[in-house]
Design a protein around this ligand. Structure first.
Ligand code: PLP
Length: 433
């Protein structure tokens, strides 16, 4: 096969019609969620917190889960499939023998990969008879994606948004509001979990862990509302495997296959969605691929401890076995704030523990990452979200290593979102006028 063009896309007919569930293929069973020794059972409360269909998917033993026909139409309306590009201009600029490819999740209507699970969760919520969705958001990408999903499904949406980001992304807040969502800076005075922190410090920068607590508490108090989570959990990563499944078909059309796959990692959803179908090839077909997660030194959760910890600040979730820096720890806000989370998906944590995933963390001031990303912007023309910039910088650094060693590696990276609503972040860090 092969193609003379630098882009491969699929037709809507070729879009994968099933998600890949890696659970049965993992090298050992995933440690299950646990209750803490004291207090009420968080596990018994799970059906109150999560959508029925998502809870089923969370523990499914099926390798493949059909994407509902209606949802496939919604995905196609949202512009899926999305192209895989060969970064020829960047390769030339770097003068590297490596072949670089990137997946374009930045083509999403709301700006990122988060729509892949937002549309699914909103679809199931409507089917299950809920009227409102409540959630957290860090970068604001997940909040916007869920607001969009809710509006398509005819549902209301409430978003608790980490204050450190809420306060500089005014345009993104307006986009959520245009979709009809109600948006609160977190910690807020709307929930018990937020109130104490808010009253102590009304300018508290917040964290994803705190915002998750607020979203859960809000939904628990209203029988017509359900909480939706934008990362970390197995079903979220499974919905995101549409990214990697498309990428695999696109690599076939390029007549190529990756040696190294890279993406940024906060809770793990875009990284997992991009790589898990390929991890499946490694585990079941003996393929050899390296996987590398790009993080910030502000919260390099994959360099934490592999142990049971809560997913939220107020300890409303069960304990998950994951790499964590501690659910009560404070981390300095960064412009790529979607990467600032204490824990990592249990699936990816297990794979990291077994040696399948490498990780690296870039300096907190983000100058290095954004400077490197300028090379991508100037050669490929797309503006990555600040989080996606970590993926781009890592790919560039690895391509430069190939230049030194002469290796003709095939490097694939995911550009999880665009940065059109985040230019202020670039301006601050790079000192633009
Ligand atoms: C564009 C983008 N990429 C990546 C992330 C990190 O999240 P995850 O690790 O779940 O993909 C975020 C989080 O907000 C994001 O907005």
């Amino acid at each position: 096969m092969g193609t003379k063009y630098n882009q491969v896309n699929l037709t809507p007919e070729e879009m994968p019609k099933r998600w890949y569930n890696i659970l049965p293929d993992l090298p050992e069973p995933l440690p299950p969620p646990k209750d803490p020794e004291e207090g009420e059972s968080r596990i018994k409360l799970l059906p109150q917190i999560l959508l029925g269909e998502c809870l089923k998917q969370e523990f499914s033993k099926e390798s493949w889960i059909n994407i509902p026909e209606e949802l496939i139409h919604i995905y196609s309306q949202a512009g899926r499939p999305r192209p895989l590009f060969r970064a020829v201009n960047l390769e030339k600029k770097l003068d590297t023998p490596a072949r670089l490819y990137y997946k374009s999740e930045f083509y999403s209507p709301t700006g990122s990969h988060k729509v892949n699970t937002a549309l699914a969760q909103a679809y199931y919520a409507k089917k299950e008879g809920y009227q409102r969705l409540a959630t957290e958001t860090g970068a604001g990408q997940w909040g916007t994606a869920l607001a969009y999903g809710a509006s398509l499904a005819g549902l209301e949406c409430t978003v608790y948004w980490v204050r450190a980001v809420h306060d500089w992304k005014h345009d993104r807040r307006n986009l959520m509001e245009l979709f009809g969502a109600e948006v609160f800076a977190s910690p807020s005075d709307k929930t018990e979990a937020g109130k104490e922190l808010y009253q102590k410090n009304p300018k508290h920068p917040g964290s994803l862990g705190i915002a998750i607590s607020e979203g859960i508490e809000d939904a628990k108090k209203d029988p017509n509302a359900i909480y939706c989570l934008g990362s970390v959990l197995n079903h979220v990563l499974m919905h995101q495997t549409i990214i990697g499944l498309e990428t695999k078909l696109q690599f076939e059309k390029f007549d190529d296959y990756p040696d190294l796959m890279i993406s940024c990692l906060g809770g793990g959803s875009n990284f997992g969605g991009f790589v898990l179908p390929f991890v499946g090839d490694v585990l079941t077909q003996g393929k050899k691929i390296k996987f590398m997660a790009a993080q910030s030194k502000a919260s390099p959760n994959l360099q934490g401890e592999y142990k049971y910890d809560f997913a939220d600040y107020a300890e409303q979730t069960p304990l998950l076995k994951m790499y964590t820096l501690g659910h009560k720890t404070d981390f300095p806000p960064i412009k790529g704030d979607g990467l600032r989370y204490h824990g990592c998906s249990p699936i990816l944590s297990l794979l990291r523990d077994k040696g399948y995933i490498d990780t690296l963390a870039y300096p907190v001031d983000e100058k290095y990452v954004f400077e490197k990303t300028k090379l991508f912007i100037q050669t490929e023309g797309y503006l990555p979200a600040p989080e996606s910039a970590y993926s781009v910088a890592t790919a560039i650094d690895q391509a430069l290593k190939c230049k030194e060693s002469g290796e003709k590696k095939v490097i694939a990276f995911n550009v999880s979102g665009h940065g059109f609503l985040d230019i202020f972040g670039y301006r601050e860090v790079l000192g633009l006028r």
